[in-house]
Design a protein around this ligand. Structure first.
Ligand code: CA2
Length: 145
């Protein structure tokens, strides 16, 4: 059995489907977990799906993925725009990293136009709502050893 794809979500994404549906859609993070699991399954892969509001927790999971995962899909949420520490953790990985966003940050406020995470990512999927996660998982399936 191959190692799982780590699908990590950052702060406030636990509120998906509850607030700001016009930006982030009506699907909950649990809905997205189910979609990701199904998509990974189509490629014979499994996922580890986790969300945290805490930077250090996300970094611990990235470090765990170094030995336990075959790829990382990450929606860093606000930490993408601020966290050099998360970037440093991602840069230690020898496995593929796919960055993922529900909205298209490049079409929003200036401060969202770039993320630190992009510097460690093989590629980026953004703007497709929950589908961004599915597409990112599919990309990770194609990239993973
Ligand atoms: O579009 C994305 O996925 C973002 O990563 C979402 C972040 C934002 O800071 C990034 O620029 C783009 C914000 C996540 C906030 O999540 C919420 C979910 C439901 C209701 C309110 C906020």
């Amino acid at each position: 059995m191959s190692k799982p794809i780590y699908v990590l979500s950052g702060p406030n994404l636990n509120l998906l489907g509850v607030r700001e549906p016009e930006i982030y859609g009506r699907q909950t993070l649990e809905d997205i977990r189910v979609l990701c699991e199904a998509r990974a399954g189509q490629f014979g892969r499994t996922i580890v799906f986790r969300q945290s509001n805490h930077e250090g927790q996300l970094i611990d999971w990235v470090q765990e993925a170094r030995t336990e995962g075959c790829a990382v899909v990450i929606n860093p949420a606000g930490y993408g725009h601020t966290s050099v520490a998360l970037l440093d953790a991602l840069k230690t990985l020898a496995i593929p990293v796919v960055e993922c966003h529900l909205s298209n940050p490049a079409a929003r406020e200036d401060f969202r136009r770039s993320t630190y995470v992009s510097l460690a990512a093989t590629g980026l999927v953004s703007g497709f709502g929950a589908k961004s996660y599915e597409l990112a998982v599919e990309a990770a399936c194609g990239l993973a050893a």
